[in-house]
Write a new protein. Sequence first.
Length: 120
Amino acid sequence: MLTNKTKESIRKHLIKKLSDLLGIAVSTVDQMSKGNATYPDPVDRAVSESSRQIELRKRDRERKLIQKIKDALARMDQDSYGVCEVCGEYISKERLIARPETTLCISCKEEQEADEKKFG
C-alpha cells in the first residue's frame, strides 16, 4: 500500500507526463496540417508518406498512453489506485514508480505476457 506522500508524488509525475504528451499531440496536429506538400518525385513522395505513417503510429501509441494516464488519475480519485485489476492484490511501490499507469501487479503482467507469447 502506498503512502499519501508517494501517491501525491506519482500523481504529479502523471500530470506532468500527461501535459507533455498533450503538448506533443497539439504540435503534431499543427505540423501535419501545414505539411501537405506535393512532390513531383515519387521517391520523395514515398519518403514523406512513410515518415507521416511513422509519426501517426507514434501518436496512436501516445494517445493510448494518455488514456492510461487519465485512467490512473481517475483510480487515484476513487482510491482504487495501486490495486491489481486481475488478482486484487496491491501493486508494489517499485512497479508503480517505474510504470505509474499500470493496472497489473508484476505476477499478473508476467502471466499476461506469457499468454500473449503463447497464443499470439
